[in-house]
Design a binder for this molecule. Sequence first.
Ligand code: SF4
Ligand code: SF4
Length: 177
Amino acid sequence: MNKIIRFTCQKCGKCCGAEVIVSYADVYRLSEDEKIREEILKKHQPRQVKGNFVYSTNSLMGLKEKYPCCFLKDNKCSIYELRPQICRIYPFLVLPDTVKPKRPYKIIATRKTSEGSLFHLAIIGLNCPGLGIGEEVDFDKLFEIGMKEYEYFKDTYHNLLLSEITACTENFVNNVK
Ligand code: SF4
Ligand code: SF4
């Protein structure tokens, strides 16, 4: 049986004050906004971390500063509808079994898809002050939000990997739209 985890966001803004790494699915979503898309195409700055290309909300917008997130305005998210996946379920994250984040995390539940792939629900923001407070966390709901991204972009990811354009946001944005 899963352990009960409680969480209520305290709206402290700490998670928006850290570097926010985005996924390709996030870039795709952000590029729905014409203005942001233009900025991404003009200014995106991939960073290489241990051989992998990484983008953050700030590096996509051409900013050298890693934090706070450039979309935080007056302590509110200015792109709420388009916000990255991690912002939707933080301090939790849904991870395919093959992905091992470099920062400390704690797996709290696991699900297998009908195709047999293993996904974990993890606490990635171990210092989030909202943990342990209030409502019991609905694991199914978090899995649903997290998995939707992987399901929706499954074919896209696959094609991108095949065509070896994963490292280039510009190609990504231009090829999937
Ligand atoms: S998710 Fe956690 S860190 Fe982020 S604003 Fe809420 S309480 Fe603060
Ligand atoms: S995209 Fe929005 S919710 Fe996410 S870190 Fe930036 S300001 Fe916060």
